[in-house]
Design a protein around this ligand. Structure first.
Ligand code: C2E
Ligand code: MG
Ligand code: MG
Ligand code: MG
Length: 269
Protein backbone atom coordinates (compact mmCIF):
# COMPACT_ATOMS: atom_id res chain seq x y z
CA UNK A 1 0.00 0.00 0.00
CA UNK A 2 2.71 2.44 0.92
CA UNK A 3 4.23 2.26 -2.55
CA UNK A 4 0.88 2.90 -4.21
CA UNK A 5 -0.35 5.63 -1.94
CA UNK A 6 2.86 7.45 -1.18
CA UNK A 7 4.42 8.82 1.95
CA UNK A 8 1.23 10.03 3.52
CA UNK A 9 0.05 6.50 4.22
CA UNK A 10 3.01 5.38 6.38
CA UNK A 11 0.99 6.06 9.53
CA UNK A 12 -1.19 3.06 8.72
CA UNK A 13 1.55 0.51 9.36
CA UNK A 14 0.59 0.03 12.96
CA UNK A 15 -0.34 -3.12 14.78
CA UNK A 16 -3.90 -2.08 15.49
CA UNK A 17 -4.69 -1.61 11.80
CA UNK A 18 -5.86 -4.22 9.36
CA UNK A 19 -3.91 -4.88 6.20
CA UNK A 20 -5.58 -4.53 2.81
CA UNK A 21 -5.78 -8.34 2.57
CA UNK A 22 -7.50 -8.63 5.93
CA UNK A 23 -9.77 -5.75 4.95
CA UNK A 24 -10.80 -7.55 1.78
CA UNK A 25 -11.79 -10.66 3.74
CA UNK A 26 -13.60 -8.55 6.28
CA UNK A 27 -15.51 -6.71 3.60
CA UNK A 28 -16.65 -9.91 1.91
CA UNK A 29 -17.70 -11.66 5.11
CA UNK A 30 -18.50 -9.11 7.79
CA UNK A 31 -19.85 -5.96 6.14
CA UNK A 32 -23.52 -6.42 7.02
CA UNK A 33 -22.65 -7.55 10.54
CA UNK A 34 -20.37 -4.54 10.99
CA UNK A 35 -23.12 -2.21 9.84
CA UNK A 36 -25.59 -3.77 12.27
CA UNK A 37 -23.07 -3.46 15.11
CA UNK A 38 -22.37 0.21 14.48
CA UNK A 39 -18.74 -0.47 13.52
CA UNK A 40 -19.01 1.66 10.41
CA UNK A 41 -19.45 5.35 11.13
CA UNK A 42 -18.03 8.82 10.52
CA UNK A 43 -15.65 10.95 12.51
CA UNK A 44 -15.84 14.71 12.00
CA UNK A 45 -12.82 16.97 11.62
CA UNK A 46 -13.47 20.67 12.32
CA UNK A 47 -12.68 23.26 9.65
CA UNK A 48 -11.61 26.57 11.09
CA UNK A 49 -11.90 30.07 9.64
CA UNK A 50 -9.00 31.97 11.18
CA UNK A 51 -10.59 35.32 10.22
CA UNK A 52 -13.31 34.70 12.78
CA UNK A 53 -11.54 31.98 14.82
CA UNK A 54 -14.62 29.79 14.49
CA UNK A 55 -15.42 26.28 13.33
CA UNK A 56 -17.28 26.83 10.08
CA UNK A 57 -17.58 23.25 8.94
CA UNK A 58 -16.71 19.60 9.40
CA UNK A 59 -15.30 16.96 7.10
CA UNK A 60 -16.91 13.57 7.60
CA UNK A 61 -14.26 10.83 7.52
CA UNK A 62 -15.41 7.22 7.32
CA UNK A 63 -14.28 4.80 10.03
CA UNK A 64 -14.52 1.06 10.19
CA UNK A 65 -13.55 -0.26 13.58
CA UNK A 66 -13.80 -4.04 13.77
CA UNK A 67 -12.99 -5.73 17.11
CA UNK A 68 -11.13 -2.63 18.17
CA UNK A 69 -9.02 -2.49 15.01
CA UNK A 70 -9.32 0.28 12.42
CA UNK A 71 -9.49 -0.39 8.71
CA UNK A 72 -8.11 2.70 6.91
CA UNK A 73 -10.91 4.46 4.99
CA UNK A 74 -9.06 4.79 1.71
CA UNK A 75 -8.42 1.02 1.85
CA UNK A 76 -11.97 -0.11 2.58
CA UNK A 77 -13.56 2.47 0.31
CA UNK A 78 -11.52 1.40 -2.70
CA UNK A 79 -12.07 -2.29 -1.91
CA UNK A 80 -15.79 -1.62 -1.60
CA UNK A 81 -15.77 0.05 -4.99
CA UNK A 82 -13.95 -2.86 -6.62
CA UNK A 83 -16.39 -5.35 -5.15
CA UNK A 84 -19.43 -3.27 -6.03
CA UNK A 85 -20.51 -2.85 -2.40
CA UNK A 86 -19.78 0.84 -2.06
CA UNK A 87 -23.51 1.66 -2.22
CA UNK A 88 -24.23 -0.49 0.82
CA UNK A 89 -21.59 1.45 2.73
CA UNK A 90 -22.59 4.87 1.40
CA UNK A 91 -26.28 4.34 2.15
CA UNK A 92 -25.43 3.29 5.68
CA UNK A 93 -23.18 6.33 6.09
CA UNK A 94 -25.95 8.61 4.78
CA UNK A 95 -28.31 7.06 7.36
CA UNK A 96 -25.69 7.69 10.04
CA UNK A 97 -25.47 11.32 8.93
CA UNK A 98 -29.22 11.80 8.73
CA UNK A 99 -29.50 10.62 12.33
CA UNK A 100 -26.67 12.82 13.57
CA UNK A 101 -26.18 15.99 11.51
CA UNK A 102 -28.20 18.01 14.01
CA UNK A 103 -25.27 17.56 16.44
CA UNK A 104 -23.06 19.64 14.16
CA UNK A 105 -24.95 22.79 15.11
CA UNK A 106 -27.07 25.16 13.08
CA UNK A 107 -24.62 26.74 10.68
CA UNK A 108 -21.60 24.53 10.09
CA UNK A 109 -21.24 23.03 6.67
CA UNK A 110 -20.55 19.36 6.15
CA UNK A 111 -18.08 17.95 3.63
CA UNK A 112 -18.16 14.32 2.56
CA UNK A 113 -15.69 12.46 0.34
CA UNK A 114 -16.99 10.85 -2.81
CA UNK A 115 -15.23 8.84 -5.47
CA UNK A 116 -16.48 9.26 -9.05
CA UNK A 117 -17.00 5.53 -9.53
CA UNK A 118 -19.65 5.65 -6.85
CA UNK A 119 -21.36 8.49 -8.70
CA UNK A 120 -21.80 6.81 -12.03
CA UNK A 121 -24.97 5.07 -10.98
CA UNK A 122 -28.26 6.91 -10.53
CA UNK A 123 -28.28 5.29 -7.09
CA UNK A 124 -25.99 7.94 -5.69
CA UNK A 125 -28.18 10.84 -6.73
CA UNK A 126 -31.22 9.16 -5.21
CA UNK A 127 -29.36 8.38 -1.96
CA UNK A 128 -28.20 11.98 -1.77
CA UNK A 129 -31.70 13.33 -2.32
CA UNK A 130 -33.12 10.92 0.24
CA UNK A 131 -30.49 12.03 2.77
CA UNK A 132 -31.36 15.70 2.22
CA UNK A 133 -35.11 15.03 2.49
CA UNK A 134 -34.87 12.82 5.57
CA UNK A 135 -32.42 14.96 7.50
CA UNK A 136 -33.81 18.34 6.51
CA UNK A 137 -30.16 19.39 6.11
CA UNK A 138 -29.95 22.34 3.71
CA UNK A 139 -28.31 21.36 0.42
CA UNK A 140 -26.29 24.60 0.59
CA UNK A 141 -24.59 23.30 3.76
CA UNK A 142 -23.41 20.11 2.08
CA UNK A 143 -20.14 19.90 0.17
CA UNK A 144 -18.90 16.94 -1.87
CA UNK A 145 -15.15 16.42 -2.07
CA UNK A 146 -13.67 14.73 -5.12
CA UNK A 147 -9.94 14.14 -5.24
CA UNK A 148 -8.08 15.78 -8.07
CA UNK A 149 -6.58 12.38 -8.91
CA UNK A 150 -10.05 10.87 -9.34
CA UNK A 151 -11.18 13.67 -11.66
CA UNK A 152 -8.87 12.23 -14.29
CA UNK A 153 -11.28 9.32 -14.60
CA UNK A 154 -14.44 11.36 -14.79
CA UNK A 155 -16.57 10.67 -17.83
CA UNK A 156 -19.39 12.68 -19.38
CA UNK A 157 -22.09 10.99 -17.29
CA UNK A 158 -20.36 12.10 -14.08
CA UNK A 159 -20.04 15.65 -15.40
CA UNK A 160 -23.79 15.68 -16.01
CA UNK A 161 -24.44 14.21 -12.58
CA UNK A 162 -22.20 16.79 -10.91
CA UNK A 163 -24.16 19.53 -12.61
CA UNK A 164 -27.44 18.06 -11.38
CA UNK A 165 -26.05 17.81 -7.86
CA UNK A 166 -24.81 21.36 -8.07
CA UNK A 167 -28.31 22.44 -9.18
CA UNK A 168 -29.65 21.13 -5.86
CA UNK A 169 -27.49 23.76 -4.17
CA UNK A 170 -24.78 21.33 -3.00
CA UNK A 171 -21.19 22.67 -3.10
CA UNK A 172 -18.30 20.86 -4.78
CA UNK A 173 -14.64 20.88 -3.85
CA UNK A 174 -11.44 19.40 -5.21
CA UNK A 175 -9.58 17.41 -2.57
CA UNK A 176 -5.81 16.81 -2.45
CA UNK A 177 -5.32 19.59 -4.96
CA UNK A 178 -1.87 19.60 -6.52
CA UNK A 179 -1.31 15.84 -6.40
CA UNK A 180 -3.43 14.73 -9.33
CA UNK A 181 -1.36 15.61 -12.40
CA UNK A 182 -3.68 18.57 -12.77
CA UNK A 183 -5.54 19.04 -15.90
CA UNK A 184 -6.68 22.58 -15.29
CA UNK A 185 -9.51 22.33 -17.79
CA UNK A 186 -11.54 20.69 -14.99
CA UNK A 187 -11.58 24.03 -13.27
CA UNK A 188 -13.06 25.57 -16.38
CA UNK A 189 -15.57 22.86 -17.24
CA UNK A 190 -16.81 21.72 -13.85
CA UNK A 191 -18.66 23.84 -11.29
CA UNK A 192 -16.26 23.63 -8.32
CA UNK A 193 -16.51 25.98 -5.35
CA UNK A 194 -13.34 25.21 -3.42
CA UNK A 195 -9.78 23.90 -3.69
CA UNK A 196 -8.29 21.93 -0.83
CA UNK A 197 -4.51 22.23 -0.86
CA UNK A 198 -2.97 18.81 -0.23
CA UNK A 199 -1.18 18.17 3.05
CA UNK A 200 2.05 17.25 1.24
CA UNK A 201 2.53 20.91 0.22
CA UNK A 202 1.51 22.28 3.60
CA UNK A 203 3.86 19.94 5.48
CA UNK A 204 7.11 21.80 4.86
CA UNK A 205 5.79 25.08 3.59
CA UNK A 206 7.78 26.95 6.23
CA UNK A 207 11.16 25.68 4.96
CA UNK A 208 10.74 24.64 1.33
CA UNK A 209 10.63 27.56 -1.13
CA UNK A 210 9.25 25.36 -3.90
CA UNK A 211 6.28 24.25 -1.81
CA UNK A 212 5.76 27.86 -0.88
CA UNK A 213 5.67 28.87 -4.54
CA UNK A 214 3.25 26.07 -5.41
CA UNK A 215 0.91 26.93 -2.57
CA UNK A 216 1.02 30.61 -3.43
CA UNK A 217 0.08 29.72 -7.01
CA UNK A 218 -2.81 27.51 -5.89
CA UNK A 219 -4.15 30.26 -3.62
CA UNK A 220 -3.99 32.81 -6.44
CA UNK A 221 -5.56 30.35 -8.87
CA UNK A 222 -8.50 29.85 -6.51
CA UNK A 223 -8.88 33.59 -5.93
CA UNK A 224 -8.74 34.43 -9.62
CA UNK A 225 -11.39 31.83 -10.36
CA UNK A 226 -13.63 33.09 -7.57
CA UNK A 227 -13.22 29.86 -5.61
CA UNK A 228 -12.41 29.48 -1.94
CA UNK A 229 -9.29 27.71 -0.77
CA UNK A 230 -8.54 25.55 2.27
CA UNK A 231 -5.27 24.17 3.62
CA UNK A 232 -5.29 20.51 4.71
CA UNK A 233 -3.09 18.89 7.29
CA UNK A 234 -1.97 22.01 9.12
CA UNK A 235 0.00 20.78 12.11
CA UNK A 236 2.16 23.73 13.15
CA UNK A 237 1.56 27.36 13.95
CA UNK A 238 4.38 28.31 11.58
CA UNK A 239 2.61 26.69 8.63
CA UNK A 240 -0.65 28.47 9.47
CA UNK A 241 1.14 31.83 9.69
CA UNK A 242 2.72 31.46 6.25
CA UNK A 243 -0.64 30.44 4.76
CA UNK A 244 -2.48 33.34 6.42
CA UNK A 245 0.04 35.80 5.02
CA UNK A 246 -0.67 34.43 1.55
CA UNK A 247 -4.40 34.96 1.99
CA UNK A 248 -5.63 31.49 2.98
CA UNK A 249 -7.86 31.49 6.03
CA UNK A 250 -9.66 28.14 5.95
CA UNK A 251 -7.76 25.48 7.85
CA UNK A 252 -8.06 21.83 8.73
CA UNK A 253 -5.44 19.88 10.63
CA UNK A 254 -4.14 18.50 13.90
CA UNK A 255 -3.09 22.01 14.99
CA UNK A 256 -6.79 22.74 15.43
CA UNK A 257 -8.32 19.33 15.94
CA UNK A 258 -8.05 15.68 14.97
CA UNK A 259 -11.16 14.03 13.52
CA UNK A 260 -13.62 13.66 16.40
CA UNK A 261 -16.13 10.93 17.17
CA UNK A 262 -19.70 12.09 17.74
CA UNK A 263 -19.30 11.77 21.48
CA UNK A 264 -16.05 13.77 21.47
CA UNK A 265 -17.80 16.37 19.36
CA UNK A 266 -20.75 16.79 21.69
CA UNK A 267 -18.49 16.80 24.77
CA UNK A 268 -16.64 19.74 23.27
CA UNK A 269 -19.71 21.98 23.57
P1 C2E B 1 -8.83 13.22 2.75
O1 C2E B 1 -10.23 13.40 2.29
O2 C2E B 1 -7.79 14.07 2.12
O3 C2E B 1 -8.89 13.43 4.32
C1 C2E B 1 -7.88 14.01 5.07
C2 C2E B 1 -7.07 12.94 5.77
O4 C2E B 1 -5.98 13.57 6.44
C3 C2E B 1 -7.84 12.20 6.86
O5 C2E B 1 -7.31 10.88 6.93
C4 C2E B 1 -7.48 12.98 8.11
O6 C2E B 1 -7.63 12.24 9.30
C5 C2E B 1 -6.04 13.30 7.83
N1 C2E B 1 -5.58 14.53 8.50
C6 C2E B 1 -6.28 15.63 8.81
N2 C2E B 1 -5.50 16.57 9.39
C7 C2E B 1 -4.26 16.04 9.47
C8 C2E B 1 -3.00 16.53 9.97
O7 C2E B 1 -2.87 17.64 10.49
N3 C2E B 1 -1.93 15.68 9.87
C9 C2E B 1 -2.05 14.44 9.32
N4 C2E B 1 -0.95 13.68 9.29
N5 C2E B 1 -3.21 13.96 8.82
C10 C2E B 1 -4.30 14.74 8.90
P2 C2E B 1 -8.26 9.61 6.96
O8 C2E B 1 -9.47 9.88 7.81
O9 C2E B 1 -7.43 8.43 7.29
O10 C2E B 1 -8.78 9.50 5.47
C11 C2E B 1 -7.91 9.20 4.43
C12 C2E B 1 -8.59 9.34 3.10
O11 C2E B 1 -9.61 8.33 2.93
C13 C2E B 1 -9.32 10.65 2.90
O12 C2E B 1 -8.39 11.68 2.54
C14 C2E B 1 -10.28 10.30 1.79
O13 C2E B 1 -9.64 10.38 0.53
C15 C2E B 1 -10.60 8.84 2.09
N6 C2E B 1 -11.92 8.80 2.76
C16 C2E B 1 -12.22 9.02 4.05
N7 C2E B 1 -13.54 8.91 4.29
C17 C2E B 1 -14.11 8.63 3.09
C18 C2E B 1 -15.47 8.42 2.64
O14 C2E B 1 -16.44 8.49 3.41
N8 C2E B 1 -15.64 8.18 1.31
C19 C2E B 1 -14.61 8.12 0.43
N9 C2E B 1 -14.88 7.88 -0.87
N10 C2E B 1 -13.33 8.31 0.81
C20 C2E B 1 -13.08 8.56 2.12
MG1 MG C 1 -11.38 14.92 1.92
MG1 MG D 1 -7.33 15.65 1.22
MG1 MG E 1 -6.45 12.34 0.86
Amino acid sequence: ISKQKGRGRIEYFREDLFSAIEARTLLSTKLEESIRNGELYYCFQPIIDTDTARTVGYEALARWCHNGQQVPPDVFMSLAEESGRIHVIQDHLFDFLAANVAKLGEDAYLAINISPSQMVAETFYRSLQRFLAESGFAAERLELELTERSLLLVGDEVVVLLERIKALGVKLSIDDFGTGYSCLSYLKDLPFDKLKIDRSFVMNIDNDPKNLAIVMTIINLAKNLGMSVLAEGVEKEGQANVLKRMGCHLFQGYLYSKPLTLSQLTEAY
